[in-house]
Design a protein around this ligand. Structure first.
Ligand SMILES: [Zn+2]
Length: 357
């Protein structure tokens, strides 16, 4: 085993603990043979999970395949929010990329939390369709999108908003897979001016929901097709972001409505993973109603890293090794706690890449 093999072997072992699923497949890069680093891990980092997604979707052209690739000079920087990696692609695909999902979900969660204590009553509406194992995800999503759009447009919705004092809403799609197949559904946080009669609202919504769902040839149950309950900004943010965003939460099996995409990825369900990737292409994850951010007094946080401090420059050949072995977490941790060790480590990796074998 070369120094690089040893180095990476030790690092991966250090990052993870024994037991559970195998680490992502580690392909050689930069002409360096990396030997057998397939060690057992109990918890994958978001970068390791991304590598598995990329392996599983290889030979497609989804943007997630480019995530983390170098675009010029890769730099480790310290900005106002801590250390980060500059000069790399971020694909921004919330459906397929765990790295981008976590970052974007955190931003969205933060925005929704800002709506707390703004004087609005908040309720969570969940919309579902009946489905079975043989229904293709694409068909179910198409029906759900159509029915949701129908629900939120036209005279019915206009009158409903007026009658119940609906001022704004945030709509998010979510997809899980369980014993009855794909389960796409919609979560909607609704903001009311005053305390609404939720029972009366539920009745109107379920009647309308059943009607629009039938229009697309599907069925929604009177008892389970729709859920409406009081919520707050914290819980609402969890619902529309954390279920998809928090890997630790999703990977520990606390989810009882079926498997998340990340679980399907870990279990190497190739067919389902590819079906999901195709069905979610260009699907928006979250939308705000007209002027919602203004009405709710929500501002987008702009991180200004103009004055970020440069901690290290990583040559492309070295970055390719870090990326293909999903060692970003380790590099960032070193940058955070011990920059001398970071320099030694990068120097060693660089030497090994230049002198394979
Ligand atoms: Zn990404």
């Amino acid at each position: 085993m070369s120094d690089l093999n040893n180095n990476i072997y030790i690092l991966i072992n250090k990052e993870t603990t024994a037991g559970g699923t195998r680490s992502p497949k580690t392909g050689g890069s930069a002409g360096v043979s990396l030997g057998n680093t397939g060690i057992n891990v109990s918890k994958l980092s978001k970068w390791q999970l991304l590598r598995i997604v990329q392996d599983m979707l290889a030979e497609t052209n989804y943007g997630v395949l480019d995530c983390q690739k170098s675009i010029g000079q890769v730099e480790i920087m310290r900005g106002s929010e801590g250390v980060f990696i500059g000069g790399i692609v971020t694909c921004r695909n919330v459906w397929l990329c765990p790295v981008c999902n976590l970052r974007i979900s955190a931003e969205r969660g933060e925005m929704i939390r800002q709506s707390q204590n703004k004087g609005f009553y908040m309720a969570m509406l969940t919309l579902t369709l009946q489905h079975n194992l043989s229904d293709p995800l694409d068909d179910l999503l198409g029906a759900l999108k159509f029915a949701t759009r129908e629900l939120k447009t036209g005279g019915f919705w206009f009158r409903l908003k007026k009658e119940f004092g609906i001022k704004a809403y945030v709509t998010a799609y979510e997809i899980t897979h369980g014993k009855n197949g794909w389960h796409p559904h919609v979560h909607m946080i609704i903001y009311f001016d005053g305390v609404p009669d939720l029972d009366a609202l539920f009745q109107k919504l379920i009647d309308r929901w059943q009607h629009v769902v039938e229009k697309v040839g599907c069925y929604a149950s009177k008892n389970h097709g729709l859920d409406l309950s009081k919520t707050d900004a914290e819980q609402g943010a969890d619902y529309v972001t954390k279920f998809r965003g928090n890997l630790a939460y999703e990977l520990t099996g606390q989810y009882n409505k079926g498997k998340t995409f990340w679980e399907l990825v870990q279990q190497k369900k190739y067919k389902l993973v590819r079906e999901y990737a195709s069905a979610t292409y260009r699907l928006k994850t979250l939308t705000w109603s007209h002027n919602a951010k203004k009405i709710l007094g929500i501002t987008e946080k702009i991180i200004d890293d103009q004055d970020a401090e440069l901690l290290a420059v990583i040559p492309n050949k070295v970055w390719n090794v870090i990326r293909s072995h999903a060692l970003q977490g380790f590099v960032l941790e070193l940058a955070e706690i011990d920059q001398d060790a970071l320099k030694i480590y990068l120097g060693q990796l660089s030497y090994d890449v230049e002198n394979p074998g």
